[in-house]
Design a protein around this ligand. Structure first.
Ligand SMILES: NC(=O)c1ccc[n+]([C@@H]2O[C@H](COP(=O)([O-])OP(=O)(O)OC[C@H]3O[C@@H](n4cnc5c(N)ncnc54)[C@H](O)[C@@H]3O)[C@@H](O)[C@H]2O)c1
Length: 357
């Protein structure tokens, strides 16, 4: 098979995909696009790209010789850029979240449904090694039927919300914490399988620690969800609460015959499990983010998840498989967070979560 040609817009976080696709025997990077000329030059140099392969104009970039577009720009640009790339016949791997409005998500969903190329949301946390191991245990019935799950992503990123010296607001200023819910819901919904969220509520409508930069500085937001199958889910998010690194990426899943959880104290650590009929008591379980067999270069800041999600997208294209994180699942793990924020600011009401068939 000839190499798939990859173009990347937004070379900052998009760099994770650059690293993986530049090394892959299945791909070559043929174009990059970014508004920041200096970054464009630096990355272009690293990849030995010529001037005609570097773009600041997205529409021009889409005319380049590319099969796959990686959308690595800030979330407010996802709707327009994903839709345009799909309409241009490209396969699209988009960074999280799907979009910042329900209408934006619907627009992408509708476009993806009729598109020639594949759409996949780059929810990499689903590809942590321990999440993939948990999935095998769950599918083998070790914890029975899941009735409840929860997740926390507590990451103090005040420096990414504002430039203290210039007072400049960055794009994340306008992102309520619970809008960034896919690192929580992606893995949980993957573990639950064929289910989706139908109702949402939320609390968290005050910023008592950092008074400006609303709504990103809401102290903490907690969302409760109910799924179609009647399961409960709780997720918890903050971008400002004082908690030095390591930040918390925590999951627990309770079933009719046991549970699985990692812990809140950092990466690659020991969690707990209980498998009824197999374990006499709760037992320690390794929760490594890194898969040992992965190549060394693939072991970066998100464990080996960036490497495996990049490979999975290529497999979907090569073997004409529907991505697990297709437009349906992207919608199902993004929109509940948008609705939970609405519920939190309107006074803790329960709201229906829309879905399209
Ligand atoms: N999956 C993860 O683990 C993870 C981690 C970090 C960020 N992200 C996601 O990645 C995306 C980017 O985040 P980031 O931290 O790199 O943001 P950033 O602000 O640091 O960088 C964004 C880059 O996109 C460029 N850019 C901005 N607007 C553009 C436009 N309209 N056209 C072309 N280029 C444009 C900027 O110049 C910059 O280089 C977001 O969607 C974010 O949610 C995901």
């Amino acid at each position: 098979m000839s190499k798939l040609k990859v173009g990347i817009v937004g070379v900052s976080r998009g760099g994770a995909y650059l690293r993986n696709y530049a090394r892959s025997e299945r791909t070559e990077i043929t174009a990059i696009c970014d508004l920041d000329q200096a970054k464009l030059e630096d990355v272009g140099k690293l990849l030995n790209l010529n001037d005609s392969q570097k773009y600041t104009d997205y529409d021009q970039f889409l005319t380049a010789d590319i099969d796959i577009v990686i959308v690595g720009t800030p979330i407010p640009f996802h709707e327009e850029q994903v839709v345009k790339a799909l309409e241009a016949g490209k396969h699209v791997l988009s960074e999280v979240t799907m979009a910042n409005t329900v209408e934006g998500c619907k627009h992408i969903w509708e476009t993806a449904k009729r598109a020639k190329g594949k759409y996949m949301l780059g929810e990499n946390y689903m590809y942590f090694h321990f999440i993939k191991e948990w999935k095998k245990h769950i599918d083998n019935g070790m914890i029975g039927n899941i009735h409840y799950a929860e997740a926390e992503y507590i990451h103090n990123i005040r420096k990414l919300l504002m430039d203290k010296e210039s007072g400049e607001h960055f794009w994340r200023t306008y992102r309520p914490p619970i809008h960034y819910c896919t690192h929580c819901l992606g893995p949980l919904m993957y573990l639950m399988g064929d289910d989706y969220i139908v109702k949402a509520t939320g609390v968290g409508n005050k910023n008592t620690m950092v008074e400006e930069y609303w709504p990103s500085t809401i102290d903490m937001q907690v969302a409760l969800f109910e799924t179609k199958q009647g399961r409960g889910i709780k997720i918890c998010r903050s971008q400002v609460t004082p908690r030095p690194e390591p930040h918390t990426v925590y999951y627990s899943v309770y079933g009719t015959k046991g549970f699985l959880e990692n812990n809140r104290h950092g990466k690659d650590v020991v969690g707990m499990r209980y498998f009824e009929g197999f374990d006499k008591k709760s037992m320690p379980i390794n929760c490594y983010e890194n898969e040992v067999e992965a190549p060394d270069f693939a072991k970066n800041s998100h464990g080996t998840s960036d490497y495996y999600i990049a490979q999975d997208f290529l497999d979907c294209i090569e073997f004409n498989r529907t991505p697990i994180l297709n437009e349906d699942r992207a919608f199902e793990i993004t929109v509940p967070g948008l609705i939970a924020h609405e519920a939190a600011v309107t006074g803790n009401v329960w709201l229906d979560v829309p879905r399209f068939e």
